[in-house]
Write a protein that binds this ligand. Structure first.
Ligand SMILES: NC(=O)C1=CN([C@@H]2O[C@H](COP(=O)(O)OP(=O)(O)OC[C@H]3O[C@@H](n4cnc5c(N)ncnc54)[C@H](O)[C@@H]3O)[C@@H](O)[C@H]2O)C=CC1
Ligand SMILES: O=C(O)[C@@H]1CCC=N1
Length: 271
């Protein structure tokens, strides 16, 4: 299966890293970037063929010419132009996969030749470490076999959820962006530790190790986050006092509002 990555930034790099860690043959992966500098960096990092549009205009079209799957990993506001620029080079059976926030199947389909198989996905960067969560919605003309091929691309380093397209923005708000919220929490925890008088390095290490440890406790199929929370919040103890403070500040509602802001932005990007 030949896979062509158009754009090799944070997200497509996470997919490539996951594939390579799973033993995928690097000779069957090619990628392109905008700048020559980032192509050189990624070539070095992954040992795959990476060419830059800046160096050789038209390299995107060359990269997709014999691909079985093309993964468009450019920013949402570039995806229509990019898809249109590839239209003449794509073989009719090549599956075009979008990872873009917001961009709908209808928009992508209208930028491609009629009947081109399309899959819209929403991955997250945890693919890099084999722990990705990926939403997948199929276009109208993609076959079951092609969907299975796309699923295998992500299942190498993550868990795939087949969802109706109208649920992908919600998945993005939770899982696509979710690692970013967790990293923000780590930074906030470290800042909290420093406010209590801990040395910066100690506070940062404590924050990081705490989230790594809690994440590892969740890393089983039957993990129960509510029961885990209870197991730490001893009745009348210190954790309970802190959680009560979070409740008093409407922590859950703060999260709901953040997810709503995320969905609103997806809708704007998709409009
Ligand atoms: N970063 C993340 O955690 C996630 C990102 N996404 C989606 O992934 C897509 C890319 O986002 P990031 O990787 O964060 O952005 P990024 O800025 O890191 O990567 C964009 C890539 O596109 C390349 N590019 C731009 N114009 C190009 C052109 N004409 N030809 C070839 N390559 C070109 C750039 O060189 C760069 O490698 C977006 O659509 C985003 O919605 C989806 C889920 C998670
Ligand atoms: O922030 C973004 O727009 C992308 C999509 C989900 C995560 N990163």
């Amino acid at each position: 299966m030949r896979i062509s990555f158009i754009g090799l930034g944070h997200l497509n790099s996470a997919i490539v890293a996951g594939l390579l860690a799973d033993g995928y043959d690097r000779d069957n992966i090619v990628a392109t970037t905008h700048s020559a500098a980032s192509a050189a960096t990624r070539r070095q990092e992954f040992g795959i063929s990476v060419t830059a549009e800046e160096d050789s205009p038209g390299t995107n079209a060359q990269a997709v010419a014999d691909a079985d799957i093309v993964v468009l990993g450019v920013k949402p506001f570039h995806i229509v132009d990019t898809a249109q620029s590839l239209a003449d080079a794509l073989r009719p059976e090549t599956v075009v996969v979008s990872v873009a926030a917001g961009t709908t199947l209808a928009t992508l389909t209208s930028a491609l030749p009629e009947g081109q198989p399309v899959v819209r996905t929403m991955p997250n960067v945890a693919l890099t470490v084999g722990k990705g969560a990926v939403g997948l919605a199929r276009g109208a003309t993609v076959t079951d076999e092609q969907v299975a091929q796309v699923e295998r691309l992500f299942a190498a380093s993550g868990t795939v959820f087949h969802l109706p397209e109208d649920q992908l923005n919600a998945l993005a708000a939770m899982a696509g962006s979710g690692p970013g919220y967790v990293f923000r929490f780590v930074n906030a925890l470290a800042a909290g530790g420093m406010a209590l008088g801990l040395d910066e390095h100690v506070a940062q290490e404590l924050a990081r190790l705490t989230v790594v440890g809690a994440g590892a406790m969740l890393d089983t199929d039957d993990a129960d986050p509510a029961a885990l929370e209870d197991s730490i919040a001893t009745e009348g103890g210190v954790t309970e006092a802190a959680l009560n403070s979070l409740d008093a500040n409407d922590f859950n509602q703060v999260i709901v509002q953040a997810l709503q802001a995320n969905v609103t932005r997806s809708q704007e990007l998709g409009a």
